[in-house]
Ligand binder design. Structure first.
Ligand code: MG
Length: 395
């Protein structure tokens, strides 16, 4: 078997370090040709480059270029705005593990280069869905989701050849650390509590999003972008009314697809992101390295309950933004990034994250998502408005 060349953007984050585990587990199969990151963890980036010896190392922070060049003489160093996106030309598979809206250029560059995108950066689909959909039509371009729920749906859909037989998608949610708490009980939760996820190990931004269920809301929009288009245009022709969320605290079922005969196919595995990463790298084959197996002698139960939309208003807001379409998800996503940052900085209480998003969505201006510039402009305006709302609410 010839090895496939892999480029990794966002190497120092949670997805990035776990991707390096997957690559290291099957060195004859996956060759890391390029890696890159923001530059905020420069020592880790350098250590990764020394351990994995890629030809190209990219850093978004231009001021880090000189140090990288001095410490990694064997690598070609690229720095600045377009550096991470330029990795798209160094491999057949590009893993996009960049956090937040900053991952969008990597998504577009990879699809436009006609390569496979292993997408962990859900924000690029959510914020720029219509723009990304056009890039997906590039000959050779292929998008395999790394988000565990969407990777599960991707696997379940392979159980049936006829896309018109899909009835609904069911996204599972762990419910996060605050499952079962009332809105009143949620008033006083702390940053540390929000960062203590019961089942998944993830970065801080997405962990806070899991605690508010905004992560699930963004994933509903992501599912609509990935699978909502008509058959023949990468989708199975479903809409928001056919995307459900169910809380499943054990995080063993990663999502399900119900077909027209009411048969439901689910994907089960231990909660470990290295499975979806390996799936996206090996697809249409499978990885041969397990990162833990279900022990059926100890797994005694799987529980399900509906999400509490009163206590977790972010999920309701995400459905509303998704249904509004165009740049509404971009607006919501930008406001959420600002609100989560303000929460992590101690400026907002946890319950105020949803308050900021509701206020920001009320001020949404309905701009169509015609091109990348419009999306970037919307993102910036939404951040400015969210900043003003935060200023008002926090004081
Ligand atoms: Mg997920």
């Amino acid at each position: 078997m010839s090895s496939s060349r892999v480029a990794l953007a966002g190497s120092t984050g949670s997805i990035g370090t776990q991707t390096l585990d997957v690559i290291a587990a099957e060195p004859d199969r996956f060759e890391l040709t390029a890696l890159g990151a923001s530059g905020r963890k420069l020592d880790l980036l350098i250590a990764q480059a020394e351990a994995h010896r890629p030809k190209v190392v990219a850093v978004a922070d231009e001021t880090a270029a000189a140090e990288l060049t001095a410490r990694l003489p064997q690598c070609e160093i690229r720095a600045g705005d377009g550096a991470l996106a330029s990795l798209a030309n160094e491999a057949e598979v590009v893993v996009n593990g960049v956090v937040g809206f900053a991952g969008l250029p990597v998504t577009l560059a990879t699809l436009e280069a006609g390569q496979r995108l292993a997408l962990a950066n859900k924000e690029s689909l959510i914020a720029a869905g219509p723009v990304v959909q056009r890039a997906r039509r590039t000959p050779g371009a292929e998008l395999v989701p790394v988000d565990s729920e969407h990777c599960a749906i991707h696997q379940c859909l392979r159980a049936n050849d006829n896309p018109s037989r899909v009835e609904r998608l069911v996204l599972t949610a762990s419910g996060g650390p605050f499952r079962g708490r009332s809105r009143a009980e949620l008033e006083a939760v702390t940053i540390d509590e929000a960062l203590a996820h019961p089942t998944w190990s993830m970065g801080p931004k997405i962990t806070v999003d899991s605690s508010t269920l905004m992560n699930k809301g963004l994933e509903v929009i992501e599912a609509n972008e990935l699978f909502g288009a008509p058959a023949g245009d990468h989708g199975v022709g479903i809409g928001f009314d056919q995307i459900d969320v169910v809380v499943h605290p054990q995080s063993i079922i990663h999502s399900m697809v119900e077909f027209t005969d009411a048969a439901t196919i689910a994907q089960l595995s231990l909660p470990d992101m290295r499975l979806p990463i390996g799936y996206a790298l090996a697809y249409p084959d499978r990885s041969t390295t397990p990162f833990g197996r279900i022990d059926w002698s100890t797994l005694s139960r799987l529980d399900f309950e509906p999400p509490d939309l009163e206590a977790f208003g972010c999920l309701r807001l995400a459905y509303a933004a998704g249904r509004a379409g165009e740049t509404s998800p971009a607006w919501l996503n930008a406001a959420n990034e600002e609100a989560v940052a303000a929460f992590l900085a101690g400026r907002l209480r946890w319950t105020q994250i949803a308050d900021v998003l509701a206020a920001a969505l009320d001020l949404y201006d309905g701009t169509p998502a015609t091109d990348l510039e419009t999306v970037i402009d919307t993102d910036q305006r939404a951040r400015r408005i969210a900043g003003e709302v935060i200023e008002r609410i926090a004081s």
